[in-house]
Design a protein around this ligand. Structure first.
Ligand code: PLP
Length: 369
């Protein structure tokens, strides 16, 4: 049997008739950027997350950047301020901070959830710390209550990188994207809510922040040809917005399918040294990625490929070991390093079959450790 890591054609195929219909409307409408479809998607996605505002933007990195740029434009944060961020995150989280002229402070995750460890966060706070950007990595939410307490105590802003967690719910019923002052979302095609190209959004319930981001994504202009900020071009296309509206309808059901497949992995994988993801008690994991750890990760990955099973590594190099961040190369983050050495992402999507997942489990269970 051949098992792909992710088959995007198969993921999008059920939506084709509706996507084609909307494309026809898009052609006939003759309006291409920031129009009715974008406005409708913004309203629908804000409602989905439970936040007051959604501002649709070009991609997830720009969404994070716009959050920081808006806080700077509003005088809440200034160049050089420190932002605490997990040491094991995807590089785009870090770039959102550095591109805004802010300083990322890497803090180790909790090894059981892969998300920020609040005790270590508190120790990393200095007089220059202004914000925490937590990442709901692999689709598992961060535990927000302890982070909220730290932010209250130290007067910090709390933000989410919600690129991997569309639709994940916290124990109190709140949804990813509505768990902080502002959240950056990515609709990169492979994400749980994927566009057919690049797309992203910011959600927030703060009117002032929402208004500022709306201007910043469009050259700093609220009104055409009148600019109050030195802004950006970080807008969303109308066709992407229309397609996202259609795919949003399927998101909760697709997340449930992922959760069912994850449960099969959880219950069937028996390899002695394999660590399966922990479903934290404070929130519902939506398994953007089904991440396991194994001390012989590379050997396991080659063995699976020989047996027709594609896997990926999220991610092979931690941010502090990247060439782009040479000043960090000598720092030591043992938990992040262990995750990057041992992590393997197993096939996971709403269109994988039970048979495929059972075959992956059976193959893994026969691996000679
Ligand atoms: C995908 C991703 C991003 C960036 O999103 P793009 O739309 O690709 O720019 C940021 N953070 C995390 C954690 C991601 O997974």
């Amino acid at each position: 049997m051949q098992v792909k890591f992710l088959d995007l054609l198969k993921v999008n195929e059920p939506y084709f008739p509706k996507l084609l219909e909307s494309t026809q409307r898009f052609f006939e409408g003759g309006w291409y950027i920031l129009g009715k479809e974008t406005e409708a998607f913004e309203k629908e996605y804000a409602d989905f997350c439970g936040s007051k505002h959604c501002i649709a933007v070009s991609n997830g990195l720009d969404a994070l950047r716009l959050i920081f740029e808006s806080y700077k434009s509003l005088g809440k944060i200034k160049t050089g301020d420190e932002v605490i961020v997990p040491s094991n995150t995807y590089i785009a989280t870090i770039l959102g901070i550095t591109q805004s002229g802010l300083k990322p402070i890497l803090v180790e995750p909790d090894i059981s959830t892969y998300n920020l460890d609040s005790q270590k966060v508190e120790k990393a706070i200095t007089k220059n710390t202004k914000a925490i950007l937590t990442v709901h990595l692999y689709g598992q939410l961060s535990d927000m209550a302890p982070l909220e307490n730290i932010c209250k105590k130290h007067g910090l802003y709390l933000f989410e990188d919600a690129a991997q967690s569309q639709g994940a719910s916290y124990k109190d019923g709140r949804i990813s994207g509505n768990l902080s002052e502002a959240a950056g979302h990515s609709f990169y095609p492979g994400k749980n809510l994927g566009a057919l190209g690049d797309a992203g959004a910011v959600t927030t319930s703060n009117d002032e922040v929402a208004n500022t981001i709306k201007a910043l994504r469009n050259y700093g202009s609220h009104k055409k040809y009148y600019n109050i900020y030195e802004g950006f071009n970080m807008r969303l296309d109308e066709n992407q917005a229309a397609w996202l509206r259609i795919k949003l309808h399927g998101l909760n059901e697709e997340n449930e399918k992922r959760r069912k497949l994850a449960l099969i992995y959880d219950n069937t994988l028996k390899l002695k040294n394999l660590i399966v993801p922990k479903q934290a008690e404070y929130g519902k994991h939506i398994y953007h990625i089904y991440a396991v750890l194994h001390p012989k990760r590379d050997k396991l990955q080659s063995y699976l490929l020989e047996n027709g099973i594609q896997t990926l590594i999220h991610y092979p190099v931690p941010p502090h070991k990247q060439k782009a961040f040479q000043s960090w190369n000598n720092l030591s983050f043992p938990i992040a390093e262990k995750i990057h050495e041992q992590e393997l992402s197993l096939p996971m999507s709403p269109v994988h079959t039970v048979e495929e997942i059972e075959y992956v489990c059976d193959t893994i269970n026969h691996f000679k450790e």
